[in-house]
Design a protein around this ligand. Sequence first.
Ligand code: ADP
Ligand code: ZN
Ligand code: ZN
Length: 667
Amino acid sequence: MSGGGPIAKVVPDLGPAAPAGVYDYLVPKELQDELTLGQRVVVPFGRRRVFGMVVALAQESQVDHLRSVERIRDPEPLLLPAQISLAHWISGHYLTPLPEVIRAMVPPAMRGGRADARPVRRRSRAESPEAEMAAEAPELNLSSEQMAAFLPIEEAVRWSRFQEFLLFGVTGSGKTEIYLAAIRAAQERGRGAIVLIPEISLTPQTVARFARHHGSRVAVLHSGLTPGQRGSEWRRVRSGQVQVVVGSRSAVFAPMPNCGVIIVDEEDSTSYKQYDRVPRYHAVEVARRLGRILSVPVVMGSATPRLETYHLAQTRGSPQLLRLSQRYNQRPLPPVRVVDLREELAWGNRSPLSRDLVTAVDGAIAEGGQVILFLNRRGTSSVVLCRSCGEALGCPECSVSLTLHLPGRLCRCHYCGHFEELPDACPSCGSALLRALGAGTERVEAEAAQRWAGARILRMDRDTVGHRDAHREIYEAFAERRADILIGTQMVAKGWDLPGVRLVGIVNADIALHFPDFRASERTFSLLTQVAGRAGRGDEPAEVILQTYSPEHPAVLRAVEHDYEGFAREEVEVRRRLGYPPFTRLLVVTRSDPREDLARQDCEREGARLREALQGKGIEVLGPSPAFIPRLRSLHRWQLTLKGTRMEDVAELLPSGRGWALDVDPA
Ligand code: ADP
Ligand code: ZN
Ligand code: ZN
């Protein structure tokens, strides 16, 4: 075993209230042979004895009069050496103290004194006979295009080599089949796989696909597990009994002892970014780093990759781009028809459903098909749109949409803080038809119920899906064709493979388009493409109807043509011109306080200080501005946005402590 130096750096577990630091302890002679990284130990802390995690070993310490590690709590390390390395990287990259990272990695049931004291037992080879694998695992017969994409992955798995792949395949092209093949290749080498999928795709349908191939040796990790369940799945993974971990974002921390490949499905999903608590990590970036540390390939799949990922593939060749340009069985992508809502309004139709969409729904139902009506309603009724020309009120500096704040009728930019009064007329065309954007799913449901009285209608959004079972019930009802029309938010956009869907109606494409974020255009394109991809998976012809006030917008035009690469080429140039990622990095500093003036003043003061300190360093300080969610849990939130190419150097300059939060590479 690794002897280690005589100094152990330990993160003591002081309970949820007290964020700990990293402390040095002497390793007494009798423990020097056994003590290793990731182990839990017992250390003196003040007048107490506490558990702690060994996060580094060293020969020297800056501190005099060190106390000693008392004993080793569990001989088997709780975290693997690779995870400890990963924790250090996350801490540095996301400017988060190491103890907070460790805390996020280890589930609550495994921490503190409550964890069961039984050390994890390592299985010997003899104990895990081949018979335990799913014996009747189905055949995988990859098409020639799929095979061409799989071979480089297989080679990297075989040689256990760190290599990144971007599996760029249209919806329904068989990306999941390739993941299954990659997992099998790892399994043939006696190694396991970590598979990340977006939380909303963790449907029984998806999980069943992995379970068909790997039986009981699949562990599923998602946010719906109780702490107890999470703890026991975690232990099962740690003990080596699991071949495949399928899970959402935090599954990247699964302690798999012999991982041979890491897979991230729909790598552009926003659910991979943890934005609401520390560490504010991006699971795809963490997965990439883990692959590097473990020396195993990382496969990122998407029909609409993040622009950053695609740009890397284009300019550096890493990740290696693997294309799947056809749907499996040569099924065509569905045609997308655009309905201009300005004309609809001019004609006198104020309903959220255009005449064309109504006719198409009529037709689809008459032929026994199913319909999805998609509406992305969330958080956006505050964007102001001109109903005549389709332009949204935008920031003159940042080219993102302004957000209307009532009362006061002030329109504000969330990046630079620019604000103006709500104008009486549209600045582009002079029309007085300026309106806040967006009818919700409920309104559409009411309309649909009225129009298609005989149809069976379901609605799926945050309000109807209070718990996981509700999501499954609605999904199953629709999949089993117990309903004709499904109305839903982006919950229905991703991953579903339902052959009965003959028509997808995008009720309002503009809502995502005018999201006050520089990624709005990219998100819109992705969302439209994903939603459109739900149609035409069966044998009957299908179509997509896309309603918009902005039919000329590049994101809309390119989505209509299913042309990701065209979109990406243009959007990359926009980003380059405006200095947004991937050409710069962003860092958001948020100050929250019950008193709004205090939050704002603190931001102003820190903003001025940072501007001065960062002069000539190529980092711009924007703001202060109200946060995108200006008030959360009775706290007012103001923020500064830093924009530059190198963010590592600013760490020491940033304000920290109570009320301050940092978000590196915000999404
Ligand atoms: P994606 O993950 O790219 O959206 P899927 O893996 O879900 O695509 O494939 C779409 C459909 O085509 C699924 O029903 C899948 O079972 C089927 N399919 C794809 N490739 C194959 C294959 N090689 N053999 C059999 N069925 C396949
Ligand atoms: Zn206008
Ligand atoms: Zn601005």
